[in-house]
Each structure stands twice: as C-alpha cells, then as structure tokens.
Design a protein around this ligand. Sequence first.
Ligand SMILES: NC(=O)C1=CN([C@@H]2O[C@H](COP(=O)(O)OP(=O)(O)OC[C@H]3O[C@@H](n4cnc5c(N)ncnc54)[C@H](O)[C@@H]3O)[C@@H](O)[C@H]2O)[C@@H](O)CC1
Ligand SMILES: Nc1ncnc2c1ncn2[C@@H]1O[C@H](COP(=O)(O)OP(=O)(O)O)[C@@H](O)[C@H]1O
Ligand SMILES: [K+]
Length: 502
Amino acid sequence: MYIVTAKEMYDLDRYAMDEIGLDGRLLMENAGRAVADQIESELSLSDGILVLIGKGNNGGDGFVIARTLLQRGYDVTAVQMVPSSKIEGDAAYHRKLLLSMGYSFVQYDGQESLEKLCDQNSIIVDAMLGIGVKGEIRSPYREAIQTVNASPTHTISVDLPSGVPADEGVEVNQAVKADRTVVIQYPKLSAYFQYTATFYGEWKTVDIGLPAPSQHKRSFYGKAQVQSTFPTRNSFSHKGKHGKGLVIGGASTMPGSVGLTSRAALRGGAGLLTLATVPSVIQALASSTLEATYISLQDLNGYILDVKGLDLSYDGIAIGMGMGRHEEAVQVLQKVLQKASCPVVIDADGLYALEKDTSILDDRDGPSILTPHPGEMAHLLGVSIPELLSKPFAYTRSFAEKHHVFIVLKGAFTIITNPEGEQWVTDTGNPGLAKGGSGDALSGILLAYIMQDQTIGDALCNGTWIHGYTAELLTAERHSEHDLLANDIIEGLAQTYRTLSL
Ligand SMILES: NC(=O)C1=CN([C@@H]2O[C@H](COP(=O)(O)OP(=O)(O)OC[C@H]3O[C@@H](n4cnc5c(N)ncnc54)[C@H](O)[C@@H]3O)[C@@H](O)[C@H]2O)[C@@H](O)CC1
Ligand SMILES: Nc1ncnc2c1ncn2[C@@H]1O[C@H](COP(=O)(O)OP(=O)(O)O)[C@@H](O)[C@H]1O
Ligand SMILES: [K+]
C-alpha cells in the first residue's frame, strides 16, 4: 500500500484523468460510493446521518455519499457549508445530481443549529476539507470543527479528518477528531505521524480505481509483505549459510545490552554469532549465552579501548550497544567502518560516536544501517526532536541519500529508508516496547536478518515488523504492556515464527 503526499495524490488524479481518460466525476462517484459502503456497514435504517459538505472535492464526495445513502433508504441530512455559488467543477455536478434526483440539502446557518443537528443524528460524516486544506482554518469550518468535536456523536471523516493536512511539516491548529476515517485510495503521510495520527481514529482505505504511482517512494509494510519475502530454510542448509555475525559493544556497567543483541541474533536465525567485548562482559554473559563465541577486547575503565587485530571478515556486524560514549568509542567505530566490507548495523552509542564524523559513512565499501530512535536521529541531524518528528520522512530520506545508508527510524510507526530514498513504514508494536533493551533486541534481529537470503531493505522491514508483532502477540496472552521485557521479545520470537509459519 502506497503512502502519498497531497501533490502525489493530485498528480495521480491528473494522470488518471488526462492520460488514462478517467473522468473526474466518475472518480468522485467511485469515492463517494466506496465511502458510503463502508459507512453502511455501521448503520441501521433508523440511524440519522448528518453529512457535512465543504466547498472542494472532499465536499463533492460528501454529495455522492448523501445521495447514495438517501437512495438506499437512510435518513440523511446534508449540510452545505458554503453558498452554492462557491461550489464548482465535479462537486457542482454531484450537487446538481443530488437535487435532480429529488433530494435536498440544508444550508449551514451557524454553530447553534449545527449543534442541534449533531445531537439529533447518530453519525456525522465529515466531508468538509480534504487534501486541499491550507493554512489556518477559516470560518465556517473553524466553528463547525469545534462543534463536531464537542458533540459525542460518532464521527466518520472522509479521506482525512477535516483540518489535518496530508503532508508532513504542517502544523495542525484545528481538526476534526474522528472516530473513524475512510481514506480515499492511498493513505496520506499524516496518518503516520505522532502529531496527526490520533485525529484519524481507526482508518481504512477504499479503492476508487486510481492507478498506482509510477515510482515507488513510500509504502506500508505489513504481514503480507513479511510472509512473501521472509526466507525459508533449505533442508540442506548448514550454519554457514545463515550468516556469521559479529556484535561489538558492551561495557562493564552495561553487559546486558550486547547480551540481548547476541541472543536476539541467535533466536533471529543467525548461523554463528561472536561477541567482541571487554573481559568483564564476557564473564557476565558466558554462562547464559552459551551458543555465542567470544572475543576479548582491550579494556580501559570498563570500556572497549581498541579493536586492534580484530578480524572483521563476517557476514554482518552490529556495533554500538552499551559501548559507552567516550573518545575511544569514536575510534573503535571508525576503524570498524573503514575496515569491514560487510553490512554494519550501527545502534545506540555507535550513533553517538558516528555524530563526530558522519562522512566516514560515505566511503564505506559495504552497506551501513543506522537504527536511531528519534532522540538519536535528531542528535545526528543537529535538530530538535519535535522538529525531526514534524518531518520524519523528509529528514531521514535526505540523510539516507546524502550518506548512502539505510535508516531505521524507530517509534510507534517505524520508517525504514534505503540509500535510494525509498521508504517503508511498519506499524506493529505497542508501548510494552518502550523500555530499555527493546532496541538492543531489535539490533540483534536485524543483524540476523541482513545475513539471510533477502534484500537488506526487506530484512530491515521484516525485522522491525516481527519485533513489534512479537510484542503484540505476547501482550495479548502471557504479558502486559507493563511487564514486557526485551528478553521476552527474544524468547517470544518462537511464537511469532510458529504463528506465521515462517
Ligand atoms: N484523486 C483525487 O485526488 C481525488 C480526490 N477526491 C477528494 O477530493 C479531495 C481534495 O479536493 P480539493 O482539492 O478540492 O480539496 P478540499 O476538498 O480539501 O478543498 C479545498 C478547498 O477548501 C478550502 N480551504 C482550504 N484550506 C482552508 C482553510 N484553512 N480554511 C478554510 N477553507 C479552506 C479552499 O476553498 C480550498 O479550495 C480529497 O481529499 C478527496 O476527498 C475524490 O473526490 C476523488 C479523487
Ligand atoms: N509505543 C511504542 N509502540 C510501538 N513500538 C515502540 C513503542 N515504544 C518503543 N517501541 C519500539 O521499541 C524499540 C525501542 O528502541 P530504543 O529506543 O532504541 O530502545 P533501547 O533504549 O532499549 O535500545 C524500537 O524498536 C521502537 O520502535
Ligand atoms: K474530511
């Protein structure tokens, strides 16, 4: 499923009309009918339906919805928010059609009467503003949005909750807080932002017959993609076929992080796993992480001092977890990135070490994979976290393209970007993962997957999806969002693989 900006949606619309010959009025009919079908699944004939119709094409969809539901025998009150003279184009055509069929609408005449209508009806259909919204919300929408939000009546928005922009980087000053949104054809970026996602309520897309974008820019990555790309194990495979991985990190005060990464890589499916760390960490982990082998690195005050002489000929490396933020960590990271030619996952303190000189990424032979949470990404970019979160797609894409790296920007929606700037979003997981150690486990899973038979992009998407899905499975049964630990995720991978028959 593609995720689009307003411009991309308008371009598709134009392409469909000008190049394919699909009439805009037909697209609007398809949109309105598809939304009406969705709404109808929630209705009974006794329900009163209030349709709020704006000036543009979102309002045009509203005229089709009102006509379709009236034709099907429902009790519909359609309210036109602006004078008839202001309605143009395809929306005016559908307005006329509603009237020609013998139905009528009422003209909006202020907040007080709208308040009454909201209370008298069982469902509000919000078709006031769509992807064309710009700037501060003006009258009469401003008051109407306040009224709708103040009413307890169940609200279903068309395409977007009115007032929510399609794109990133736009502040939302006022918008409908929908219970549900029926999204036309493709979800818009704002459905995946922390600041705007909650306005949508639950949402679903409907197909109106638009073509697919000619170029892949962004899409949603879900269960179907995991199941179609996840590699199967050949009966004749051996441990050498599933990747020889190396984890570099840990410090005497943080032995757990690399322990989690190593165990997650093994449970994730790595064939062989070596942990290079300081002696005290080896002591702490050797009896619990039996399947790993260990390389003892020189230690200074409990931190890794150097990686001199460390053989880096592995199929994949994960570096940075629990490594500490000291000057030597910068040298360690730089040496590893310079010498290793395999894919390297850089996480946690490795990202802080990277901040000193990101140009080191540019000259690497092998792929680099950065797995920041928003704090780490903002730090790398030198912007504030709110600034990053207002444009996460744009910021990560430009960094990935500039340094030719993969980025996994973690969060409730995780954005995966490849060096060409293509992006995918996964939405699995829950607040049970908001706990120290979850990221370490994810790094291990990603290390295991980049060494299997799949593209790095698929490996990263599969890894983040499975990490989050495992949290969902576990909190639905044995655990809660309060008690869930990173180690539970690692042990829970078994259940995920079995549930999905992977
Ligand atoms: N492929 C497509 O793009 C399709 C789009 N359709 C619908 O059309 C919508 C887009 O239509 P439009 O481009 O007409 O956009 P809108 O329906 O969002 O309307 C834009 C109009 O709203 C007013 N407006 C914008 N910002 C405002 C503000 N801050 N305060 C007050 N008034 C404001 C302006 O008059 C502007 O012209 C989509 O969201 C979707 O619902 C469907 O009908 C079919 C196909
Ligand atoms: N509220 C949430 N919903 C879904 N996933 C979450 C949520 N909070 C955290 N996560 C996931 O948990 C992981 C946390 O990673 P990170 O912040 O690096 O943790 P750590 O500090 O333990 O390394 C990421 O994969 C992130 O996507
Ligand atoms: K709307």
